[in-house]
Design a protein around this ligand. Sequence first.
Ligand code: C5P
Length: 208
Amino acid sequence: MSFVIAIDGPAAAGKGTLARRIAETYGFHHLDTGLTYRATAKALLDAGLPLDDEAVAEKVASQLDLAGLDRSVLSRHEIGEAASKVAVMTPVRRALVEAQQRFSRKEPGTVLDGRDIGTVVCPQAPVKLYVTASPQVRARRRYDEIAAAGGTADYEAIFADVRKRDERDMGRADSPLRPAQDAHLLDTSEMSIEAAFQAAKAVIDAAL
Ligand code: C5P
C-alpha cells in the first residue's frame, strides 16, 4: 500500500516548498492539489465561462488531466482568487477529490498538499502535517518573493489578500481549512525552511 503524507495549511505558509522537499527526500510522488483548483478556474476564465455555474465548473473539473498541471502558468494571483471561488462548489470538489485520491495511491508513496488532505481527501494518511504561520509572516514572504523576482508589491494589499483568502478557505461550508484531529502542527512563523523540514522529517521517520 502506498504511504501517504498529507500536508495542509493556509496560503503562503510554506507547505509547497516543504512538500516538494519531502517528496524528493523520500522518492515519493507529489501533488499540489491547489493546482487542480487553479487549473479548473483557469480553464473557465480562458473559455469566458462564469465562475459560479456549478454544472459547467463540474464538467471542467472532471475532465482535468493531472499530468498536465503546470505551476508556471497557474501561479498568477487572479487565478488563485478564482480558484478559491470555484473551490466552494461541492460538485467541483467531488470531482477533484476523486482525482486526488487516485493520485494518492501511487507507489511507493505520495505527498499531497492543500487545505483538506488530512480531513477529507486522505483521512487515513499515516502522516498529517498542518503547516501554518501568522498572516503577517505569510504576507511578508509573498512580498519578498515578488520583490526578489523583480516585481513591485504592496505589502498592505498582499496582507489584505491573505486575510481574505483565509476567510474564504476557513469559512466555507464544504471542506473548510482546519487541522485534522491527529495532525502535527507546524508553525513556521519563526522557523527557517531547514528547521521546518527537519521537524517534518522527524514526524515522518517515526511513522515509516
Ligand atoms: O494553495 P493554492 O493557493 O494554490 O490554492 C488555491 C485555492 O484552491 C485555495 O485558496 C483554496 O480555496 C483552494 N484549494 C482547496 N482545497 C485544496 C487545495 C486548494 O480548496 N486541497
